[in-house]
Ligand binder design. Structure first.
Ligand SMILES: [Zn+2]
Length: 149
């Protein structure tokens, strides 16, 4: 497995690249996009931004929330970690358009990749919910971050 350095929060990919390399990486370099992708994955708790599927540093892809084809910039805040299926299904949609598409229950006219994204999202949400319920039932003493007094 590839070793990936995860920079601390608040550190921009450019700073990280400059600290780890002897030259400043241009914004469109592979090294820059790789650090952006890893930062996004860390920020998102290792899950796909759209369907919550667990990702690894090998399976993650960098998605431009506001697509480059529509003038989206190549910056770390515009890059989300996504699974390749969501990234392909999203295409040139904006983040908002894609969320709207995958949150709506599919109909006969829903494109197949969007339908699959809706299913992944639903499955992951329900798995998380069931897992929390089981945890509460069998480990009642464990404090969760959601149990704020
Ligand atoms: Zn996904």
């Amino acid at each position: 497995m590839e070793q990936v350095r995860c920079p601390p929060f608040g550190c921009s990919p450019r700073d990280t690249i400059m600290n780890n390399m002897s030259y400043p990486a241009p914004r469109n370099s592979k090294a820059y996009i790789k650090v952006c992708r890893q930062n996004a994955l860390h920020r998102q708790g290792g899950l796909c931004h759209y369907c919550d599927t667990p990702l690894t540093s090998e399976t993650v892809t960098a998605d431009h929330k506001h697509p480059r084809a529509k003038g989206g910039r190549h910056t770390s805040m515009n890059i989300a970690a996504a699974c390749s299926d969501c990234n392909n299904a999203k295409g040139n949609m904006t983040e908002g358009q894609f969320f709207k598409a995958v949150k709506k229950p599919p109909s006969a006219t829903t494109p197949f990749p969007i339908m699959l994204a809706w299913m992944r999202r639903k499955l992951n949400t329900q798995t998380k919910r069931s897992s929390r319920r089981l945890d509460k039932q069998f480990n009642p003493s464990v404090r969760r971050s959601s149990d704020v007094p």
